[in-house]
Design a protein around this ligand. Structure first.
Ligand code: B12
Ligand code: SF4
Length: 563
């Protein structure tokens, strides 16, 4: 059966019956030009869970991850029109908003009459912007976890029933926005295992599958969307799955598809306190009890390792080889502003404990953030070098809607709100720091990114090691990129402090950087000279940025339609 909306859309005689699948779940491409994603192609977990609950109800559902398939906007639209499902649901990251807009508008222009909904962290926290811009084309936005809501929405839409009274959705009505009350919490253990439609695709690229042992995080870091996302519904912010079921799911993937490398997508593998740690202990013990030889990676906070150092051995015995820990800054005052609730000393001690037992660590780090000073840049850089950590340096803290830091910066009078369809919110920064950031970005856009575009396939090959510990080549590649960025950053700091620079000095620095880039290029078979502009061009841009200091924010444009 068709929905009222579908009939509304067509003029008399124009209605075309919509076909199977009943629901098409789409991840729009972040890049609009058909460029391969710049992250490890990961299975779209959110859509996989939604698919699982709908299929459990007997619904015909397809997932179309246009991002990891590197589709253009046009190809994405064509595919959606070909499938012509009565319901299309988009899962949206902030930087995919421009793609969402193009796709949805094109679908409606081309007379797609089905029901369009969307969900995810960005739609949940930035829904007023989406409704304002696309409320005429998109029927509803699902707020928070989607399993229960999408199931009910699908039932109503496909049977032509009224859907506007459903909990957990927002929609536009005439010129106002209607926000229904949030839905109750999903009981994770009642959910079926995630559907694995993209498993072989992702295994082919990265050699690992993703898994979730829990949802949410007990942390309250001010820059993180997770807290706000989880807080829109009643109940605790962190919820574990039954540990035996988690291992059952992993074992099923091992038995059926020989998957032995897993990445935990949990924002934090540990829950709060002793009980929260015991959840991970149980998973590790269950893996060990079954004699499964897994290679595992996950995200966690340092304080959980410090609170009970015996956890390190347990993690190791379960197969954890690598943990990503958000260090963010080496400055305790900045960590306080971030509400990290731990000091750099504490975070370091957790890294050391893990490393001493042979568990490697990857650090999340935001060297450019609202509290960055020339001094903090120097200290952070020294810290990263001392610890042998190689994060990307040309990225700044992004202020997402609904995060505590957004309120904080607004209260400080430093927030420059931007429509998320156009870019990230900006915040005022001292001009000399903003000039350094703009210069780092210049190197990234002109040199590092084009090299990555060409070398992406090779980068994935390097990452496709049989275990996380065997990714030595990738570590040296990360070190190569870091060497280039840190060399420029050090020069920029020095020029700012001394004022002693001119075009010739900048050009000289760029020539050194270009020779470092040659080495990086060789590692990923990229003929660097053929993909980047002459060094004088980049040198001139950086010189001008440093001399004229034209910016007072870490301003960034979305470039996805150009890259
Ligand atoms: C894997 C991952 C990625 C992958 C995503 C791959 C993929 N296809 O899913 C990639 C590498 C692309 C990625 C990129 C980034 N990420 Co990320 N990522 C994650 C991570 C670790 C897991 C996501 C996941 O699997 N969640 C589990 C599933 C079940 O939840 P879900 O996706 O939210 O889906 C549920 C609901 O949202 C909803 N839903 C989702 N889609 C839809 C669609 C419909 C139709 C409906 C009805 C419902 C619905 O229902 C789902 C089931 O309940 C999360 C942490 C986390 N666990 O959430 C961070 C996280 C989401 N990422 C984060 C960040 C900061 C980033 C980056 C900005 C990093 C960077 N500096 O570049 C980018 C850009 C994202 C952006 N906003 O623009 C932040 C928040 C981002 C934000 N505010 O949007 C998080 C929370 C991590 C953190 N703690 O900081 N990320
Ligand atoms: S620990 Fe990680 S997931 Fe948890 S609130 Fe902080 S940044 Fe977010």
């Amino acid at each position: 059966m068709i929905s009222e909306r579908m009939l509304d859309r067509g003029k008399a005689g124009e209605y075309q019956p919509l076909s199977n699948p009943e629901v098409l779940l789409v991840l729009p491409p972040l890049y609009q030009t058909g460029r391969e994603p710049d992250y490890n192609p990961k299975e779209p977990m959110g859509l996989m869970y939604l698919t699982a609950v709908l299929r459990q109800e007997g619904r015909e559902v397809e997932i179309f991850d246009a991002d990891i398939e590197a589709r253009t906007i046009e190809q994405t639209v064509t595919h959606i029109l070909q499938r012509n499902s009565p319901i299309v649901g988009f899962s949206v990251f902030q930087r995919a908003l421009p793609s969402l807009e193009s796709i949805v508008k094109s679908l409606r222009r081309k007379n797609y009459k089905g029901y369009i909904t969307c969900g995810g962290i960005t739609p949940t926290l930035s829904f007023p912007w989406i409704l304002e811009r696309l409320g005429g084309e998109i029927d509803s936005i699902v707020l928070g976890e989607g399993e229960k809501t999408l199931k009910r929405l699908t039932q109503r839409v496909l049977t032509g029933q009224e859907w506007k009274s459903l909990d957990g959705i927002a929609y536009r009505h005439n010129h106002s926005q209607v926000i229904n009350r949030p839905l109750d919490t999903v009981d994770l253990d009642t959910l079926p295992f995630a559907e694995r439609d993209y498993l072989s695709f992702c295994l082919g690229k990265t050699n690992y599958a993703t898994i979730m042992g829990s949802r949410g995080c007990y942390g309250i870091c001010s820059f993180c969307s997770n807290y706000s996302f989880e807080s829109i519904r009643p109940g605790p912010n962190w919820r574990p799955r039954n540990s035996v079921k988690v291992v059952d799911e992993m074992q099923e993937l091992y038995d059926k598809h020989e998957v032995s490398v897993f990445k935990f997508n949990d924002p934090n593998i540990f829950g709060p306190g002793k009980k929260g740690r015991e959840h991970v202990v149980r998973i590790c013990q269950e893996i060990k009890r079954r004699g499964l030889q897994f290679h595992l990676m996950g995200f966690c906070r340092g304080n959980d390792v410090n609170a009970d150092p015996s956890i390190v051995q347990i993690l190791k015995s379960g197969g954890f080889e690598r943990l990503l820990i958000g260090v963010e800054s080496s400055d305790d005052e900045i960590l306080k502003k971030f509400c990290k609730k731990e000091t750099i000393g504490e975070i370091e001690s957790s890294l050391e404990m893990l490393n001493s037992e042979g568990i490697s660590t990857v650090a999340g780090f935001m060297i450019f953030n609202p509290y960055t000073t020339i001094d903090s840049l120097r200290r952070d850089l020294a810290y990263l070098e001392r610890r042998g950590l190689y994060p990307t340096l040309s990225k700044s803290l992004r202020v997402f809607d609904g995060t505590p830091i957004q309120g904080l910066l607004e209260a400080e009078g430093r927030l420059v709100k931007r429509d998320p369809f156009e870019g990230y919110h900006d915040y005022f920064m001292p001009r000399e720091v903003a000039a350094i950031y703009a210069s780092m970005k210049s190197l990234f856009i002109h040199c590092l990114d084009p090299i990555r575009v060409i070398g992406q396939g090779k980068i994935w090959d390097i990452k496709k090691a049989p275990s996380f510990t065997e990714r030595q080549d990738f570590n040296s590649l990360a070190e190569g990129f870091f060497t280039v960025e840190s060399f420029l950053l050090k020069s920029l700091i020095e020029w700012t402090e001394t004022g002693d620079f001119n075009l010739e000095r900048v050009s000289e620095t760029l020539r050194v950087i270009y020779s470092q880039l040659e080495i990086v290029g060789q590692a990923i078979s990229v003929d660097v000279k053929s993909v980047i502009p002459r060094s004088e061009i980049v040198a001139r841009e950086i010189f001008t940025l440093m001399k004229e200091r034209p910016c007072n924010t870490f301003h960034e444009e979305y470039r996805w339609n150009r890259d």
